[in-house]
Design a binder for this molecule. Structure first.
Ligand code: CA
Length: 229
């Protein structure tokens, strides 16, 4: 079986080495670029299955690399950022990044995010039923079942759950969710989202106070996890 190819675009040598060792020992094949331009060339010559992209690069910025990649590259891109760059993270997610990791991060977290991002690619084909552990969504009937029991959802709750579930593993920003579900005029109505997320959790989560399906990404948005890591 071919190994999953990961391209790391990161200028810090220590972090690059750490990522390389971690990924290689977990059976990924790793390529590295120290600069944004090199990363773009490498991605084009050998399109990887996933890219880890640092936002702070010495030549062209990570946001520009992301924008150029997203004109043709459809596989997952995970952003590596400094903890304080919340606005930059949100911008990158809105511009097509799948997920982000803030430095410093644990290797277990890194590997889990990579697995989740790769899984979202596999489930891209049309399936009439989205099946997750303990939860299923029937796209034709527009019904949701938890442990084989029908869950009664309003239209908005259903649309919100479906949007999150179709993007399993990916962080969706508050602005993206508000714009997609309620419309462009609602981008600042964060309270709508809080209310509907709380309602959804009450209906689908085994323990709404400790959610396992709809995960809060503090200050950024929400992420759906269907397989519990
Ligand atoms: Ca950097």
């Amino acid at each position: 079986m071919n190994k999953t190819q990961v391209l790391i675009i990161e200028d810090e040598p220590a972090l690059r080495t750490m990522l390389e060792i971690t990924l290689q020992s977990n059976n990924y094949s790793v390529h590295q670029a120290k600069k944004g331009k090199d990363g773009l060339i490498m991605a084009e010559n050998h399109p990887p299955d996933l890219i880890l992209l640092d936002l702070g690069l010495p030549d062209i910025g990570g946001q520009q690399v992301l924008a150029e990649l997203r004109t043709w590259f459809t596989n997952p891109i995970i952003i590596i950022s400094v903890q304080k760059e919340e606005e930059e993270i949100i911008r990158a997610l809105d511009n097509g990044a799948n997920d982000y990791l803030s430095k410093p991060f644990r290797t277990g977290e890194l590997l889990a995010r990579i697995r989740a991002a790769l899984r979202s690619v596999i489930s891209e084909d049309y399936q009439p039923v989205l099946q997750f552990s303990g939860l299923s969504i029937n796209l034709e009937e527009r019904t949701v079942k938890r442990e084989e029991e029908l869950v009664k959802l309003t239209t908005t709750e259903y649309n919100l759950l479906l949007l999150l579930a179709k993007n399993e593993g990916k962080v969706l920003t508050h602005a993206f969710l508000l714009r997609t579900i309620w419309g462009p005029g609602f981008i600042n109505q964060a309270q709508y989202l809080r209310v509907f997320i709380a309602q959804l959790r009450k209906k689908i989560e085994p323990n709404p106070n400790d959610p396992t399906y709809i995960i809060t990404e503090s200050g950024v948005g929400y992420r759906f996890l269907g397989m519990f890591g």
